[in-house]
Design a protein around this ligand. Sequence first.
Ligand code: HEM
Length: 208
Amino acid sequence: MYDMTKMNLIAKTAIDQMPPASRFNQEDALTIDKYTEALLSWGPELVQRFYDTVFEHEATKKVFRHDERPMREKSLTDFWVKTLTEPIDLDYFGWMAMVGLIHVVRGVDNPMMLAMSSFLTDFISEKVSQEPSIAPEEALKVVNAFRRFSSTISAIITYGYDSARVNALFDIIGMEESLLQRLTKQTVEKHLNQAGYTMTEKRNFVAR
Ligand code: HEM
């Protein structure tokens, strides 16, 4: 069962695997706080361009029902307001893990999520550089804060997807995670061997 304790654990496990310098941090939160007003004012354009982007591409467009766009724009608007006005802490990241899983059910896969997470950073980078009230060295801080924000939510979303698959396999056939991991490694190694890669005694691969 998914509850917030489980979601926070998924988020924490993913974050713990990231080198600290790559994670969203307290200073990033303070940087974002300083520019909340400008960032909030970019919300409508962000939402418009986000959905123009996913609706312009067949693979992402077909995720949506024909009448769904207004509802989805509302979800993303709420996401943006929450991100800018509430603490970005473990509960927030746990919520992101849950949001990630909601996408899994709709067939939104990791490449789509990672692409749009990166879209967010690009958007901020473009807007910040055109904003006269933000000095260039501050602009860089804002962009870096959002880059780490995107990396962190991407890590959580992809890890959440992996966990969902592991859980599904356990629920359906009772396969334990450790066994799944061992079998995955063995199978990948076998296929790499067939593709011409050999594992050396030092446990690294060399091409034959
Ligand atoms: C960084 C990327 C993204 C963020 C932050 C995001 C955020 C959100 C949020 C907050 C919700 C509402 C969840 C809820 O009901 O509580 C949502 C729902 C949804 N999003 Fe996204 N989204 C992202 C990427 C995408 C992409 C790439 C697609 C499709 C190509 C997509 C399609 C959807 C759909 C179909 C729903 C409705 C899910 C449902 O309730 O059935 N999203 N999204």
